[in-house]
Write a protein of this length. Structure first.
Lengths: 518, 326
């Protein structure tokens, strides 16, 4: 006989074996015990949470000959027949491929007949969200008042696609995602029954990767067994899933935190050469930083699923990082992950994304990113020096170029901000000006709006002037002197001349001055 | 072609082989990985290994028996390959498949169903597969091949064992290419690094020599973008503007260039650069790190505009002007 996948072999056979859905199992059992089983149920919830399994158990329970406290016995002929899938009165219908009105009409015609083998005819309609709207409507009357011997169980992952008229005719049960802890425990059970040894860490990784779906978890376990045989440790799981090893994650995150762009990029390239997937790297990093954030924000370690060895190192990192930094990294990485869908060059996207994160850290400096309390100030300064030095070294040509006007223009808002931080009145004078060009001596020419002579004079007072020049130096890293356009005065003169001509005209011809606006 | 002919996918192959040897074969696999790295070939190799009549060591197919030869030539009755019909894999194809699955195998042990480009399954078709993929009849193996697993519904993903395929290292690509095109050896290492891990792409590069010349044009324009006149830029844009695809290629080439600048600036490692033959120019570039980063994200945005059907020529021109005037 050929091999049967573990998740099929370990499909729950009674309510007590369904993991993580006690609220549903209990309700159904009580209904069975008290003889209050409804005629239509709707099971909904994410993949791999036990909908179809529960439906099958319910089908057994209503047909079982020796029902015990609401649990089917799995021994009587009816139960056995349902387990092997050849019971005449349980119909498992795949609504996704029988989705038309004709199939439903056919079903409706057959519903009337009494059960041929068991007590109740059970229709399990799986993936019911795929029925066409005509098919749904054809089902309405039957679903509302079926013959006494019929039970409908509809199962779906997407209840929002089901018409309200169907929903209101069913008892709805929402299956919830299974917690990592419950998955891990169940996996342990399976591992024990199969006689396989799996390391704790490996189980953790599997359970986390499954993200709430038991079938996913068992499937991964199955895959690991296929790959590694009877003894599985973390390394095997990482290989099968293509995830990063803990060591690599730590190194990479450390490099990000330290702002060491070079080593981040070489690490990415190394991992890719070793055959890791870009998407997986992004996901692993997000998950890791999320864990670090949880460590930072919550006192209890209940939510944390990283291994003890990693935990201690993660804790070291936690002290150095601020929440806003973590938030920023996670957001940026999530953005990268989303963009990956559209990009044909995932690697470049990831590299650029991480460089952006690091540049952001560098520009935000101490207060924001690194907790002032735990990292001493000189250390920070040294780091910043290092970084700027590195950048200077790496762009030798740049330093030699004379002042680049377009850059000043682009950075102008930043310079304004800087000035505002230092002295708000100076900022108020400066906003009346805009940079227009650079003259031969390398001075920045400012143009003041008409009638803002006062502002201009104020800016060119010694103290204010120095402040602005300082700000430019801080933002651009260049020393630039200020000057202003002479045009303004000339235009002023012109306008006075103009106005005097106007006066003369008025004198000569008389009349009123009319302003024409269009 | 058996497993032995597939290069650079050690883990994936090892896993499949172990599954066969340990009798742990899953009924549904999802082969995930970039285009052109050997996913489809592996699917066929798995089909051979399952159905070969003179199997050696339990997994090594002979490539010689009637079954192997039928699979290689694509007319084995029990190996079904489903490809997108037009733009998608439609529900009728899936319905047909469902009917066939429940027949017994005609001549061999295993029925193997390979769905190429599974991300092109329509929603209806994907849902139609769910039930049969969860509990197929005995000795049936589904192989879904895709480069974009995130486009498949969760419910499909959770029913498959995912097998991760990797981008090939440029070393392996070079090795394969040398065996195939010994006369072009001089170009091959460049092509291998330009192909970014996809063998299919590498061969495309060899076939269309045009791309290489396009690359040097692009780089030549980019490296002196501050010095050339606007009209010259417009001239190049006009030259490159043949269709949308060619503009996309140009953007990709530009992306490589700026990525190299970024990598060089930050790591100073030569061996991970893509355009290694332009090393001198890479070293000479005067962009700041921030600029490069902005340009890269701007390339990304431009590529998205192309997908939104913005006039490709305009996208290219606006992009180049932006770099120039910045």
């Amino acid at each position: 006989m050929s091999y049967i996948a573990l998740y099929r072999a370990f499909r729950p056979k009674e309510f007590s074996e369904v993991v993580g859905q006690e609220h549903i199992s209990k309700t159904l059992k009580n209904a069975l015990v008290n003889n209050r089983v409804a005629h239509a149920y709707l099971f909904c919830g994410p993949r791999g949470t036990g909908k179809t399994s529960s439906a099958k158990i319910l089908a057994k329970a209503v047909n079982c000959l020796n029902l015990d406290q609401g649990e089917p016995c799995n021994e009587c002929p009816n139960c056995l027949a349902i387990n092997t899938g050849n019971f005449l009165d349980v119909f498992e219908i795949d609504a996704a491929s029988n989705r038309g009105i004709d199939e439903i009409r056919d079903l409706r015609d057959k519903v009337k007949f009494a059960p041929s083998q068991g007590k109740t005819k059970v229709y399990i309609i799986d993936e019911v969200h795929m029925l066409t709207s005509e098919a749904f409507n054809a089902l309405l009357k039957t679903l509302e008042e079926p013959p006494a011997h019929v039970l409908f169980v509809l199962a779906t992952t997407e209840p929002q696609k089901i018409p309200l008229t169907i929903l209101s005719r069913c008892q709805r049960f929402d299956f919830r995602k299974i917690s990592t802890k419950e998955i891990r425990e169940h996996l342990m059970e399976i591992v024990r029954k199969e006689g396989i040894t799996v390391s704790d860490n490996a189980l953790n990784v599997i359970a986390r990767k499954a993200a709430g779906g038991m079938r996913d978890a068992i499937s991964i376990l199955d895959q690991c067994i296929a790959f590694a045989g009877n003894s599985i440790d973390c390394e095997h799981v990482e290989k099968v899933l293509g995830t990063l090893g803990e060591e690599q994650i730590l190194e990479m995150s450390q490099a990000i935190v330290e702002g060491d762009i070079g080593s981040v990029i070489s690490k990415i390239n190394e991992s890719l050469q070793a055959g890791k997937d870009v998407k997986q790297i992004v996901r692993d990093l997000i998950e890791y930083f999320r864990q670090v954030m949880l460590l930072k924000l919550s006192q209890s370690e209940e939510l944390i699923t990283i291994s003890p060895e990693m935990l201690s190192k993660a804790k070291e990192q936690v002290h150095k990082l601020s929440t806003s930094f973590l938030g920023h990294v996670i957001l940026k990485l999530t953005e990268v992950e989303r963009e990956l869908r559209w990009s044909s060059q995932p690697q470049i996207l990831l590299e650029a994304g991480l460089v952006e994160v690091i540049l952001k850290i560098n520009s935000d400096q101490e207060g924001m990113i690194i907790n002032g309390r735990t990292t001493s100030e000189p250390e920070v300064k040294e780091k910043i020096n290092q970084i700027t030095k590195k950048q200077e070294q790496s762009m030798p040509v740049r330093a030699g170029i004379p002042v680049n006007f377009s850059e000043i223009k682009r950075k102008w808002p930043e310079i304004l901000d800087k000035v505002k931080q230092n002295k708000i009145t100076t900022h108020a004078f400066l906003i009346a000006a805009e940079p227009v060009n650079i003259d031969e001596q390398g001075c920045l020419i400012l143009n003041f709006k008409e009638g803002h002579k006062f502002h201009r004079d104020k800016i060119f007072q010694h103290e204010n002037r120095q402040l602005v020049e300082m700000a430019i130096k801080e933002v651009l890293g260049m020393e630039i002197k200020l000057t202003y356009t002479k045009e303004e005065e000339e235009t002023n003169n012109n306008s006075t001349q103009n106005s005097s001509a106007l006066d003369k005209a008025l004198q000569l011809f008389g009349g009123k001055i009319v302003e024409i606006k269009d | 072609m058996g497993f032995e002919n597939i290069k650079g996918q050690k883990i994936a192959i090892q896993m499949l082989k172990n599954s066969i040897i340990n009798n742990h074969l899953s009924h549904a696999y999802l082969f995930v990985g970039p285009e052109g790295v050997g996913k489809k070939a592996t699917g066929l190799a798995l089909a051979q290994a399952l159905n070969c009549l003179n199997l050696d060591h339990g997994v090594v197919s002979c490539n010689n028996c009637i079954s192997c030869r039928k699979i290689i030539s694509g007319n084995h009755p029990d190996v079904e390959i489903i490809k997108p019909d037009g733009l998608s894999i439609k529900i009728d194809q899936v319905r047909n498949l469902r009917n066939k699955i429940f027949y017994k195998c005609y001549e061999s042990k295993y029925k193997v169903i390979i769905l190429n480009d599974a991300h092109f399954l329509t929603i209806e078709a994907a849902n139609g597969l769910l039930k049969v993929m969860e509990e197929p009849p005995e000795n049936t193996v589904f192989i879904l091949v895709t480069s974009e697993p995130q486009q498949l519904p969760d419910t499909i993903l959770s029913r498959c064992q995912q097998v991760q395929f990797q981008a090939l290292s440029s070393f392996i690509i070079k090795e394969i290419l040398i065996a195939k095109y010994p006369d072009k050896e001089a170009q091959l290492s460049l092509i291998a690094s330009l192909s970014r891990g996809s063998l299919v792409k590498a061969e495309e590069l060899i076939r269309e020599g045009e791309l290489l010349s396009k690359r040097s044009e692009t780089i030549n324009v980019l490296k002196k973008i501050f010095d050339i006149s606007v009209s010259e830029l417009a001239f190049w844009c006009e030259k490159w503007d043949k269709d949308k695809q060619s503009i996309k290629t140009i953007f990709e080439l530009m992306q490589f260039w700026y990525r190299d600048l970024l990598v060089w600036r930050t790591t100073g490692q030569e061996d991970i650069l893509i355009n290694q033959d332009f090393l001198v120019d890479i070293k000479k570039s005067r962009h700041t790190l921030l600029d490069i980063n902005n340009i890269l994200s701007s390339i990304n945005k431009s590529r998205k505009y192309l997908d939104y059907n913005v006039n490709p020529r305009l996208v290219l021109e606006v992009f180049l002007m932006k770099i120039k005037l910045n």
